[in-house]
Design a protein around this ligand. Structure first.
Ligand code: NDP
Length: 341
């Protein structure tokens, strides 16, 4: 039973073979199951930026507990139920849930609360349940509607725009009739953003002065900024925000792998422009889940939303896939395919 183990706290990036390592353990696939338990075989796993924040000294408190050293990495998974003693999760069911990164696992009655049956149309690929129909999709939906409060005709700017969350925020923005601008870290990614309907897109690594570039690409100023990166990008955005704009603070990935965070010199613009910058965690808004699944499935089936993924093959590739994602080598949502259904 191959497992991905969290073996050391990183100070910058988590490196394969050092911070994330591979182990082989044994599991009895015929083990008796207590009431409510079920045995799953892992099919796909998700590597996400928030997982880096869990690789920290456990004395530092945050909304999500620190990972435990020498235990399997945990995160979003799609699995198939091999054997079951549960009413809800029957043999053969495809389930998505939060679980350990190992090929086979017994899910206890208590842990079953973090699992759900495949909840979207069958024709949508399984990997998508960790992306557009999973946590990143829900993040885009909740972030834009609940915190961005977009109005038709407004300008929406998104950083890390080609990623799992960003590409969806932009396409939902277009469905709502917004002027949508995005930035990403390569020319290929920028090309993709234009293909999926962004009005403007630029490569932040080669753009030069970011404040000028934003003034050029957002000629009417920015009304909603979907913040995924923080740091220097946020400074440039503040200069270009319109009065009473909303900054949806979804993440600040440019800071996650640094030993010391970067400062913001123009934060007072929050006051003079009467901006609203609101942080959120996707799990705060379960009441939006039903609408999200309904709308996202519909948009996918109507072809209104395209979704790009980078798929690594084999559980052994997980540590490298995590590093690649944090370094921007992923193009769209990064997942790891572990086994076929
Ligand atoms: P992505 O698929 O966007 O992958 C991460 C991307 O971040 C990379 O591909 C890279 O793209 C970009 N990146 C990496 N380092 C930097 C850097 N130094 N400066 C700028 N960009 C960088 O990941 P997700 O879509 O899953 O996550 C996007 C953001 O949303 C993250 O900040 C994450 O923490 C946040 N998030 C928040 C949630 C919440 O509940 N609040 C839930 C889910 C995600 P590029 O090549 O363009 O640089």
């Amino acid at each position: 039973n191959k497992q991905v183990i969290y073996s050391k706290i990183p100070t910058t990036y988590p490196f394969p073979g050092e911070h994330l390592t591979l182990h082989e353990s044994t599991i009895d696939l015929d083990t008796p199951l207590k009431e409510g338990e079920f045995l799953v075989k892992l099919l796909v796993l998700s590597v996400d930026p928030y997982m880096r924040a869990r690789m920290r000294d456990p004395s530092i408190k945050s909304y999500f507990s620190a990972l435990t050293l020498d235990k399997p990495l945990e995160g979003g998974t799609v699995s198939v139920v091999l054997r079951s003693n549960s009413e809800k999760f029957k043999e053969g069911a495809v389930v998505s849930g939060f679980g350990p990164f190992q090929e086979y696992a017994v899910v206890s009655k208590e842990a079953a609360g973090a699992y759900e049956l495949r909840n979207g149309p069958k024709e949508i690929p399984l990997t998508n349940y960790l992306g557009n129909l999973g946590m990143p999709g829900m993040t885009a939906y909740v972030g834009l509607f609940k915190y961005g409060k977009p109005k038709k005709g407004e300008t929406l700017y998104i950083s890390a725009a080609s990623g799992a969350v960003g590409q969806l925020v932009g396409q939902i923005g277009k469905i709502l009739g917004l002027y949508v601008v995005g930035s990403a870290g390569s020319d290929d990614k920028v090309e993709y953003l234009k293909e999926i309907g962004f009005d403007e897109a630029f490569n932040y690594k080669t753009a030069g002065d970011l404040t000028k570039k934003l003034a050029e690409t957002c000629p009417k100023g920015i009304d909603v900024y979907f913040e995924n990166v923080g740091g220097k990008m946020l400074e440039a955005v503040l200069d270009n925000m319109n009065q009473f704009g909303r900054i949806v603070a979804c993440g600040m990935i440019s800071q996650y792998n640094r030993e010391n965070p970067e400062g913001i010199h123009n934060l007072t613009l929050m006051v003079t422009k009467r901006l609203r910058m609101e942080g959120f965690i996707v799990s705060d808004s379960p009441e939006m889940k039903e609408d999200f699944i309904k709308d996202m499935s519909k948009w996918m089936l109507e072809g209104k939303i395209k979704y790009k993924e980078t798929i690594a093959h084999g559980i052994k590739q997980t540590p490298q896939a995590m590093l690649d994602m944090l370094q921007g080598k992923n193009f769209g949502k990064q997942v790891v395919k572990v086994a076929d259904l």
